[in-house]
Design a protein around this ligand. Structure first.
Ligand code: 13P
Ligand code: ZN
Length: 273
């Protein structure tokens, strides 16, 4: 193993987060993938350049030009990344014209969800540069929510699920997105995710899983935990035959006000026609 690669400290955070994803049973088998955008000064000098063959991206990601990404390999297991992250994570550099990427070190077969990771990271550089981390995983209770017909509408989904526990909407005032079904790994899924991520931190992928983003991998995991907890409450109430109406609107607004989140809450879904 290259010592310079092992030195990249976010590898430890990949290992920690993947251990949790495996432990929670969200990233079964090869399910799920993660990426993290690195600043120049986080990449050791010997790993900054690459002479490997450039691989063309399905779409130009010009905001990412010259930037570095750590990305999990396709077909890798969360439970393996937890113990030996350097085997299953690759370091890549996006070309200066944003049209291709070059593998630098580590795993050289990036996730099949590369279009989503690249397009969402590209959007972040443009609109919220402090966001650098993306987790895609398959949490059972969140996937189950995508089977509920009325939750096809992300506002209905968000108002119901995030109203079931007093801190859920405080953490996610903008609500949760829900994309229509797309083929896993498709450019369509990437394009829709990059559009939706302008407004939301957690998005459900219909019949597939969830995408969560954050300033760090742990931040992205935090938000998934919050949504998964709320979904667990929903399914617990449903199996007990109890109503799922959740908090009184007045209490929710009082909480939003106390935490200074009213504006963000009220703006949620105003972007939707
Ligand atoms: P990869 O193993 O290619 O990352 O695919 C897993 C997955 O969850 C696809 O959506
Ligand atoms: Zn998946």
């Amino acid at each position: 193993m290259n010592d310079n690669f092992a030195e990249i400290y976010p590898l430890d955070e990949f290992a920690e987060v993947c251990e949790w994803l495996a432990f929670k049973g969200w990233s079964e088998a090869e399910g799920g993938n993660l990426s993290l955008r690195l600043e120049q000064d986080q990449v050791p000098d010997p790993l900054k350049e690459s002479d490997t063959e450039p691989v063309k991206l399905p779409l130009n990601v010009k905001e990412l030009a010259g930037k570095y990404l750590l990305i999990t390999g396709s077909g890798t297991r969360s439970r393996d990344i937890a113990t030996e992250p350097q085997n299953d994570i690759g370091l890549y550099r996006i070309s200066d014209d944003g049209a291709s990427y070059q593998w630098i070190f580590g795993n050289d077969k990036p996730t099949s969800e590369m279009p989503s990771h690249c397009l969402v990271q590209n959007e972040f550089v443009k609109s919220r540069p402090d966001y650098k981390a993306i987790i895609h995983t398959h949490p059972t209770k969140l996937i189950s929510l995508t089977h509920v017909a009325e939750f096809k509408d992300p506002k209905v989904l968000s108002d119901c699920i995030l109203g079931l526990q007093s801190e859920a909407r405080i953490q996610l005032p903008e609500g949760i997105g829900h994309l229509p079904f797309c083929v896993p790994g498709s450019l369509e899924l990437g394009l829709l995710s990059a559009e939706e991520i302008k407004h939301r931190n957690v998005i459900l992928w219909n019949m597939h899983g969830a995408l969560s983003v954050g300033t760090s991998l742990n931040h992205a995991l935090d938000q998934l935990e919050v949504v998964e907890k709320a979904a667990e409450i929903y399914w617990t109430l449903r199996s007990a035959g109890l109503p799922t109406g959740g908090m009184e609107q007045e209490d929710l607004l009082k909480s939003m006000d106390f935490f200074g989140r009213v504006d963000r809450y009220e703006k949620a879904f105003k972007d939707k026609k």
